[in-house]
Design a protein around this ligand. Structure first.
Ligand SMILES: [Zn+2]
Ligand SMILES: [Zn+2]
Ligand SMILES: [Zn+2]
Length: 197
């Protein structure tokens, strides 16, 4: 079911495939850490840095877009750029997504905010196509997202990686929304179970 070289493929569930990649990433995060206070203007969280996040922390204001089915950050006034046209449109739950800490067999790292389209996207393979043009870029927290655990009253399953545009999208409807790479999103890898209010 799971294909090789995709985010859900590591048999042990860890997202870090090579020590070299981890070393590079750590350096890159350190370089950009100084920008985070401005880049992610969430009140009370400007002290946080992706290079040294506190364990057990999470960010709210992540929402499902009812137009494209992408998980996007609703904490800014303009709601980013939607591949279905215009800005994303929030619906349903206010998701509270954990960041910082290490990946585990049931939590995958390398999920990031894109400041161009506001999507939650997986940056491990490099930039997927962004609906705002070019590729996604990563900014702010490094999210570590739970997968393949039971859903609860305060968590929702059926969130998946799109292997075409690299965003997190909701796979619970038949049509799979709109993808920045054209057509609908295409699910691959883990079944993410994301906490919400
Ligand atoms: Zn959208
Ligand atoms: Zn983007
Ligand atoms: Zn997609």
């Amino acid at each position: 079911m799971k294909q090789p070289h995709q985010p859900g493929s590591e048999p042990d569930g860890h997202s870090v495939a090579s020590p070299g990649r981890r070393a590079f990433f750590t350096r890159a995060a350190g370089v950009t850490a100084g920008l985070i206070g401005l880049a992610v203007a969430v009140p009370g969280r400007a002290h946080a840095s992706p290079a040294a996040p506190a364990a057990g922390t999470a960010q709210s204001d992540w929402w499902f877009c009812q137009k494209c089915y992408t998980m996007f950050f609703h904490g800014y006034a303009d709601n980013g750029r939607c591949p279905a046209g215009g800005a994303h449109s929030p619906q349903g739950y206010n998701f509270i997504l954990p960041y910082g800490g290490a990946a585990t067999p049931t939590a995958q790292s390398y999920w990031r905010f894109c400041p161009k389209c506001y999507s939650m996207h997986f940056e491990y393979y490099g930039p997927g196509p962004c609906p705002a043009g070019g590729g996604h870029i990563e900014q702010g927290f490094v999210f570590v997202l739970p997968h393949d655990i039971p859903a609860t009253l305060t968590s929702q399953s059926d969130w998946r990686f799109c292997q075409k545009c690299f965003v997190m999208f909701f796979y619970g409807y038949a049509d799979n929304g709109h993808c920045a790479a054209g057509g609908a999103h295409s699910a691959q890898g883990f079944d993410f179970v994301l906490p919400h209010a």
